[in-house]
Design a protein around this ligand. Structure first.
Ligand SMILES: *[C@@H]1O[C@H](CO)[C@@H](O)[C@H](O)[C@H]1NC(C)=O
Ligand SMILES: *[C@@H]1O[C@H](CO)[C@@H](O)[C@H](O)[C@H]1NC(C)=O
Ligand SMILES: [Mn+2]
Length: 385
């Protein structure tokens, strides 16, 4: 059939005219009553905005403003939630690379925009509640001595949390969301949270228990070797930083060294265990209930090892374990913990070098971080110690 512009064009014009002249359907808001041709054809210099591009500026987490939080200066801009990176991976037992995790998670968060983050499951935008969130950048951590690096990170946590928050009617103490780093970095965070929040209930999402006795993981050859990403929860228990009757592992499935030694020590360290396949019996709701029953009273620290996800959803990690949860299941469980007093959190073990070209792991980690901020703002007022 031949194309007849003299017949076709009037129809097209009429179609566009219908688009602009029909009255809006009741209850449906019309955002732009101009025709597409008018909107795009006539953009003048004044019409063109530089304020709305989703990928503008330098890459901070979710485009949050950058504040130099590590400075000891008194006049640093205040905040309620500080995102910090911990580029550290020399406590890793298998594939290294989590030192690039903060960079990778920020990259994975590029499409998160604070003004456009209304969560249709929780019913609010975590960035538009009472809390001002900022990105502090990465803590400077040495790569030649793990114990010194942990001291640097602890100091960074203390400097950041010792400042007065922006909205002091909610909380005088700012909260920290840390982007790891291998899992050793959580120890530095817990050595700081005890000062403001007392002993915390740890909700530990992971495929591994991470309470290994240093003699089991690392060989116990030296004090230095004792501190690594498989022992940090054992050490946190020994140091009295975490609750011994309200902490819980979630998503566990990695094989153990020896059944009794590892599990007995884990129980001694105060942890209950939800295994990965428990979700087949309990469902997402049942998992949420068990976490709430165990850790719901008291101040909570949530640490998410990205390897809690199945390697299909998070290939970019150091010690991947098959048989984990989907990203949807994990996000549902985290969002389902609303109402818990989350005073600190982290997402760790993201090693971007093993990610795919679609950035599957880094995008998931960014989304998990957004949900963790959601939990922090859900309960503004929390008792400090
Ligand atoms: C500060 O936090 C309180 C408690 O959530 C809230 O009611 C108030 O609106 C917040 N103030 C600002 C300026 O966001
Ligand atoms: C558990 O923690 C409490 C302090 O919260 C402490 O008094 C008690 O000794 C601990 N129990 C064990 C077995 O570590
Ligand atoms: Mn792990």
């Amino acid at each position: 059939m031949k194309f007849h512009p003299h017949i076709f064009l009037p129809f097209l014009t009429a179609a566009i005219a219908r688009e602009i002249t029909f009255p809006p359907v009741a209850g449906i808001k019309r955002y732009n009553t101009q025709s597409p041709l008018q909107r795009y054809g006539s953009a003048s210099d004044e019409d063109v905005s530089l304020e709305t591009d989703p990928m503008d500026g330098l890459t901070s987490f979710a485009h949050l403003p950058h504040v130099s939080c590590f400075s000891a200066a008194a006049d640093v801009e205040s905040y309620d939630i500080a995102v910090i990176g911990a580029p550290f991976d020399t406590g890793t037992s298998y594939r290294p690379g989590a030192r690039f995790g903060p960079h990778g998670i920020r990259d994975g968060s590029r499409r998160i925009r604070p003004l456009h983050s209304w969560n249709m499951y929780t019913g609010y935008n975590p960035f538009l509640q009472w809390a001002k969130a900022v990105d502090c950048g990465d803590a400077p951590l040495t790569f030649v001595d793990n114990t010194v690096a942990m001291k640097q990170l602890e100091k960074a946590h203390k400097i950041i949390s010792n400042r007065l928050a922006t909205n002091i009617s909610a909380s005088e103490v700012p909260r920290i969301l840390m982007l790891g780093g291998d899992h050793t970095v959580t120890l530095a965070a817990l050595r700081s949270t005890i000062n403001h929040w007392g002993i915390v209930n740890v909700i530990h999402f992971d495929s591994h228990i991470d309470t290994w006795d240093p003699h089991a993981v690392g060989g116990g050859v030296s004090d230095y070797a004792a501190v690594n990403h498989g022992t940090f929860l054992h050490i946190a228990h020994e140091e009295g930083l975490i609750s011994n009757d309200s902490s819980i592992h979630v998503g566990i499935r990695a094989p153990l060294g020896t059944r009794h030694r590892d599990l007995d020590n884990d129980a001694r360290c105060g942890f209950d265990i939800i295994k990965a396949r428990d979700i087949d019996e309990l469902g997402v709701k049942g998992i949420i209930e068990r976490i709430r029953d165990r850790a719901g009273d008291g101040n909570v620290y949530i640490t998410v090892d990205i390897d809690v996800l199945d390697p299909a959803y998070a290939p970019a990690t150091g010690t991947a374990e098959p048989g984990g949860w989907s990203t949807r299941e994990l996000l549902s469980i985290i969002d389902g913990l609303s109402g818990l007093k989350v005073i600190g959190a982290d997402v760790v073990e993201v090693a971007p070098a093993y990610d795919n070209t679609g950035e599957t792991t880094c995008i998931a980690a960014g989304e998990i971080a957004r949900s963790l901020i959601g939990l922090m703002v859900d309960v503004p007022v929390v008792a400090s110690s």
